[in-house]
Write a protein that binds this ligand. Structure first.
Ligand SMILES: [Zn+2]
Length: 496
């Protein structure tokens, strides 16, 4: 008993009571751990299965029932809809654009535009159009005598005859060398009615390289029978200060428009429609934008009568440099008077106008820097003047190969230019290939081996008043001559 008691006591002493429950506790703890572990494992499996179920729920039903609209949405929503219902307004706009180009006899361009359009295979009317264009194209005939093509030219057009013919010192010059807006529009109308079509000098003649070498040739102008191609240019698109303000623009002082101007537009601007247009100040000082000079007047006419312009041709515009271009005071020496910032703004605006004109088919040309008569000055002076133009005007309007001689003064007689002529060497070196003088004949064209030269007819007050018969092939002067002109139109002037 003692031993047992001792043992019991000893046990009792060595181990507390809970010791005897330890195995049970361990089993219970293990059981709890097992339960938790199993629970976690089960939850993981369940979640995985849910995840699979969910992903199947999103992907499979959609890939089997709505996948066409889900996966292929872009194709399925656009392609079937254009197949079924073509965008008619887009097709109509495309056809109107093609019709405008086709009206200018560029059927090939119009055909390409339709055939390469996204609607060509689905809109049968486009194929019908192409057929029509092919038929019309086959009816065109090559103009047989490109050497007889005439070239007409103008200066700035007079908007307000009251102010232009107000008796001041400039009146006689305007009366002799200018044309009014009304006269210009009447000339266009009559020339259009008699079948004239404006062409580009680059379509009239250009350089080719063939078995006989590199040389200039006349281009093939393809028009309906009876139509007559012609060229047009405008000199001095500068809006000089004597026309638009009270100042003379000399002594390096830039002069901007004021209401004492002589009734001309004062600069080319880019219109809200993106086309080049003109700004004009009336006698009360109000400035408006519109058809106040050759550029917008001709543009408006061509928009109305696209068959008046061959392949999108516009006129050639000649600029001097001594007061800046397009009515912007870009002459470098104006920088001091204007200040660097204002000067830079003038240059930037003129550059944008130049780009806009080019984008709309106008050809920008040199009219010399200082307007000297090239025929009467030395080759050295021609070179100095041409270099000055290159340094001050070309950076703004870009390179050109066309020159409109100031005063119409040619560097040679009617014989062909050769490099024996120092002035021709200078101008050829400077990149010019198209040379235009002034000549009273109905046409005067010369195809050189490495250049093209032509005469231009002045359709101004002088010619209309004194030699209306010389213009009979173009229009009836009686229906054009502005009654606001003082008569007789003087016959002596310094020329422009
Ligand atoms: Zn001039």
């Amino acid at each position: 008993m003692d031993d047992r008691n001792q043992n019991n006591r000893r046990r009792t002493k060595r181990h507390p009571d809970w010791y005897y429950y330890l195995p049970t506790i361990i089993v219970m703890v293990l059981a709890v751990i097992c339960v938790i572990t199993v629970s976690i494992a089960v939850m993981a499996v369940v979640q995985k299965q849910r995840a699979e179920l969910n992903s199947n729920g999103i992907d499979k039903p959609q890939s089997s029932t709505t996948a066409p609209s889900g996966v292929d949405t872009p194709e399925n929503t656009t392609v079937p809809s254009t197949d079924a219902v073509p965008d008619q307004s887009a097709i109509d706009a495309l056809m109107a654009q093609a019709d405008f180009i086709a009206a200018g006899y560029d059927y090939q361009k119009a055909i390409t535009m339709l055939e390469t359009s996204e609607y060509y295979d689905t809109a049968p009317e486009l194929a019908n159009k192409v057929e029509q264009y092919r038929e019309l194209d086959s009816q065109l005939v090559t103009y047989a005598r490109p050497d007889t093509i005439t070239h007409i030219f103008f200066h700035s057009l007079i908007v307000d005859t009251k102010r232009a013919f107000d008796g001041d010192v400039d009146q006689n010059g305007y009366n002799m060398y200018m044309t009014t807006v009304d006269e210009f529009n009447a000339i266009l109308e009559q020339m259009y009615q008699s079948g004239y079509v404006l062409i580009s000098p680059y379509d009239m003649a250009y350089e080719v390289t063939d078995e006989s070498g590199t040389h200039f040739t006349y281009g093939e102008i393809r028009l309906p029978a009876g139509k007559k191609p012609f060229l047009m240019s405008q000199d001095d698109l500068n809006y000089y200060s004597y026309m638009i303000g009270t100042g003379s623009g000399i002594n390096e002082t830039p002069v901007f428009v004021d209401n004492a101007n002589d009734g001309f537009a004062h600069r080319i601007v880019i219109g809200e429609d993106g086309f080049p247009t003109c700004e004009y100040m009336d006698a009360s000082g109000n400035i408006t934008t519109g058809d106040y000079d050759l550029v917008p007047c001709l543009e408006t006419f061509i928009q109305k009568h696209p068959d008046f312009s061959y392949h999108g041709a516009r006129a050639i515009l000649g600029m001097t440099g001594y007061e800046g271009v397009f009515g912007y005071r870009t002459k470098p020496s104006y920088k001091d008077a204007l200040g660097a910032e204002a000067y830079a703004a003038e240059v930037e605006a003129a550059k944008e106008v130049a780009q806009c004109l080019r984008d709309h088919g106008w050809i920008l040309a040199s009219h010399s820097y200082g307007h000297p008569a090239y025929g009467n000055i030395s080759a050295e002076r021609v070179e100095r003047d041409s270099t000055k133009w290159e340094n001050t005007v070309q950076p703004i309007i870009g390179e050109t190969d066309v020159i409109l001689y100031p005063h119409g003064s040619d560097i040679n007689g009617i014989g062909k230019y050769t490099f024996d002529n120092d002035k021709f060497s200078v101008l050829y070196e400077d990149g010019y290939r198209y040379f235009f003088n002034v000549d009273g004949h109905a046409y005067w064209n010369q195809l050189g081996s490495n250049y093209f030269r032509g005469g231009r007819r002045n359709l101004d007050g002088f010619r209309m008043y004194h030699n209306p018969d010389m213009l009979a092939d173009l229009f009836d002067v009686k229906k054009v001559f502005d009654p606001a002109r003082p008569t007789p139109v003087p016959s002596n002037g310094s020329g422009m």
